[in-house]
Write a protein that binds this ligand. Structure first.
Ligand code: GRF
Length: 196
């Protein structure tokens, strides 16, 4: 069975959606939840579900991204994952780290890529007067938020939407999209998932 490691930086709602789906579908085994923040709320949630966790605080490494990533990769590799899922992981990864896992590392981004790579995606969609927003699961490559798209979910932007109301609507779609993409990815199926 494919072994999946999940990287988080915060509450880990996407991580929970992935753990729940793997538990129900039995198509993959979560072998680690790791974070760059020892206080990430998702770590306790994962531990409560019996999943091994690890954390490497990136701050003591300062600007030495490679040293931080080497420490993190050591914890990841110890769990022997086949696939890495970035889920609310908020550190930019160097090309060296990406190369270690390229072709088996996924990320979820809260926009309809290629629109709005980077941060504040919902504010940018609102400011642009877009009619829709959404989320994208893509393979991670050295270029930020730019790898091959494996799935997208779209929601209408409604009058009166704020960044918060839109983020909430997109997040619940993320929780459907990421597991749907992981199921296919584990099966070696790269056909695009589109929601709804
Ligand atoms: C979500 O908007 C996700 O798209 C982005 O990080 C945010 C928080 O995710 N990657 P989570 O609740 O920690 O999974």
């Amino acid at each position: 069975m494919k072994r999946v490691a999940i990287l988080i930086s915060g509450g880990g709602s996407n991580m929970l959606a992935l753990l729940r789906d793997m538990g129900q579908g039995g198509y993959a085994e979560p072998v680690l939840v790791a974070s760059n923040d020892t206080a990430a709320g998702g770590l306790q949630k994962a531990a409560d579900l019996g999943v091994l966790t690890a954390a490497v605080d990136h701050r003591p490494f300062g600007k030495d991204r490679e040293a931080f990533e080497a420490a993190l990769a050591a914890k990841i590799d110890a769990a022997r994952p086949d696939i890495l899922c970035l889920a609310g992981f908020m550190r930019i990864l160097t090309p060296g780290f990406v190369r270690r896992y390229e072709g088996r590392m996924l990320n979820i981004h809260p926009s309809l890529l290629p629109k709005y790579p980077g941060l504040h995606t919902h504010a940018r969609a609102l400011a642009a007067g877009d009619t829709h927003a959404g989320c994208t699961v893509h393979e991670v490559t050295a270029e930020l938020d730019a790898g091959p798209v494996l799935g997208q979910g779209s929601v209408p932007i409604q009058p009166g939407d704020t960044e918060a109301s839109l983020a909430l609507r997109v997040l619940s779609l993320e929780h459907q999209l990421y597991p749907a993409v992981l199921r296919r990815f584990v099966a070696g199926d790269r056909t695009l998932v589109r929601l709804p």
